[in-house]
Ligand binder design. Structure first.
Ligand code: CU
Length: 101
C-alpha cells in the first residue's frame, strides 16, 4: 500500500465516522418552554422538567447554547417547545428544537 492509498483510505474512514452520531441517545426530545432568547450570544433559556440524562431530578430554568445559531431565530420567549439537549465540550447545548404542537 503506497502513501497515496493510505491517505485516501484514511480520509474515507474519517468521512464514514463523521456520518454517524457518536452518541446514539441524543435524539430524545424533551418538553420545555423558552423563557429567553439571546440571538447575539446564540443562547436559549429553557424551562424544562426532570432530565434524567443530566441527573436533573427536578425541573428548572437554564441556559442552553444553540448548536446552530439559526435556532435562535426559530423560537421566541414564551414558546412551548420540544428539544434535544446534549453536553458538548462541557456546555449544555440544544442540538434540535421545534415548537410543540
Ligand atoms: Cu436543567
Amino acid at each position: 500500500m503506497n502513501i497515496r492509498t493510505l491517505v485516501t483510505f484514511g480520509a474515507l474512514a474519517l468521512a464514514t465516522l463523521g456520518s454517524f452520531p457518536v452518541i446514539a441517545q441524543t435524539d430524545e426530545f424533551i418538553a420545555g418552554q423558552v423563557t429567553k432568547v439571546d440571538e447575539s450570544a446564540g443562547k436559549i433559556t429553557i424551562k424544562h422538567g426532570p432530565l434524567k440524562k443530566f441527573d436533573m431530578d427536578e425541573g428548572m430554568t437554564m441556559v442552553f447554547h444553540a448548536a446552530d445559531p439559526a435556532m435562535t431565530k426559530t423560537v421566541k420567549a414564551g414558546d412551548k417547545v420540544r428539544f434535544v439537549p446534549d453536553r458538548i465540550n462541557g456546555q449544555f447545548t440544544v442540538t434540535k428544537i421545534e415548537k410543540a404542537k
